[in-house]
Design a protein. Structure first.
Length: 207
């Protein structure tokens, strides 16, 4: 429950606060049409947050994935950030197992939130690609990178745990001042055992 609230509702609530602040500034400056559009988006975001909360309490599937799929859900998340720094590259993804899709979405959301809020990045790139045996995910930014001895906070632990719960793995590539790359491989079968090959190579080499 704690992880679901942190990964799902946490970023959404942050977004709501930013959206409310923007609407207030627009009203103060007499930009009524802009404020109306921002408030309409805020209303939509509140509905999404309420649906996420119901899913957490009812232990059901993430509403944003139902009927749209992973790539569209990630695009929607980027649009809600309203952040031109974010770019998505998604290959032709096959139908994904529900647990893999949900793990990938939560990991991407957390990585985007961290890059946008804490890394000082000017560009954040997300890649989703079906590779032999599973799904490869990359979230890379050009921000400050991790410190030499990064603190293992809930966000990082949550991303790693989500990958491991579906038999996958997560690796980080970073150096201070050189940005951060979060690479994840999520197998389509939980019996998968990592082996050197196309999927492993994708995760271990720079993009």
């Amino acid at each position: 429950m704690r992880r679901e609230l942190h990964d799902g509702l946490g970023p959404l609530l942050t977004m709501l606060a930013l959206r409310a602040g923007a609407a207030r500034a627009q009203l103060v400056n007499g930009r009524l049409a802009d404020a109306d559009a921002t408030l309409a988006q805020l209303q939509s975001d509140v509905a999404v947050a309420a649906a996420e909360l119901r899913a957490v309490l009812g232990d059901t599937r993430i509403p944003r994935l139902a009927g749209t799929g992973l790539a569209e859900a990630v695009r929607d998340q980027m649009a809600r950030h309203g952040d031109g720094r974010m770019v998505l590259r998604a290959g032709d993804l096959p139908p994904l197992p529900a647990d893999v899709e949900e793990a990938a979405f939560r990991i991407v959301c957390e990585a985007l939130h961290n890059a946008a809020r804490h890394a000082g990045a000017s560009r954040i790139k997300v890649s989703l690609e079906a590779v032999p045996g599973g799904l490869a995910v990359l979230v890379a930014d050009d921000g400050t990178g991790l410190p030499p001895e990064p603190r293992q906070g809930l966000g990082l632990r949550s991303m790693r745990t989500r990958a491991e719960q579906v038999g996958g793995r997560l690796t980080l590539s970073s150096a201070p001042g050189d940005g951060l790359a979060v690479r994840v491989f999520l197998p389509f079968s939980h019996t998968y055992r990592p082996a050197r090959g196309p999927a492993s190579a994708l995760l271990s080499t720079a993009d």
